[in-house]
Design a protein around this ligand. Structure first.
Ligand SMILES: [Cu+2]
Length: 144
């Protein structure tokens, strides 16, 4: 085997040896060419102890501007690791790489993203006991 072929084989092996890790990706993917002006705004209010609305519906591949408002009296988070791991993000947006977005009382944030694979993704607040108090939800992603 000549040198070029050997290095190609190494490259191929390296590519095979590192499949995409399951769960939240540490380096969230940047969305390809997306017209963010057309992103559909979706607002979710976080209160003590609920998401409103608590069921969200997105279409795979259709960009969304997710607006999160913490209208509660303390810290809440929007935790949906599988949903965030499957999504792609606008580069300027701080991606929810660890699977959740934490907001202090009164804080608002926006996430521009493109929902990924169709499926049903659980949503919860991971602050102590909040999910037990009912702070849970569901995100449905459907195919076009
Ligand atoms: Cu909470």
């Amino acid at each position: 085997m000549d040198r070029r072929l050997a290095s190609l084989a190494c490259l191929a092996l390296a590519a095979c040896a590192s499949p995409a890790p399951p769960g939240p990706s540490p380096a969230a993917r940047a969305a390809p060419e997306v017209d963010w002006e057309k992103a559909r705004p979706v607002t979710v209010r976080l209160t003590d102890f609920a998401f409103t609305p608590d069921h969200l519906s997105f279409v795979a591949g259709v960009p969304v501007r997710l607006i999160l408002i913490n209208a509660g009296s303390g810290t809440h988070d929007f935790s949906a690791p599988r949903f965030f791991a499957a999504a792609a993000y606008r580069q300027e947006t701080a991606a929810a790489a660890d699977g959740d977005v934490t907001l202090k009382a009164g804080q608002t944030t926006e996430l521009d993203l493109v929902p990924g694979q169709a499926g049903t993704y659980p949503l919860e607040c991971t602050e102590f006991l909040h999910a037990t108090f009912g702070m849970t939800g569901m995100i449905a992603v459907t195919d076009r």
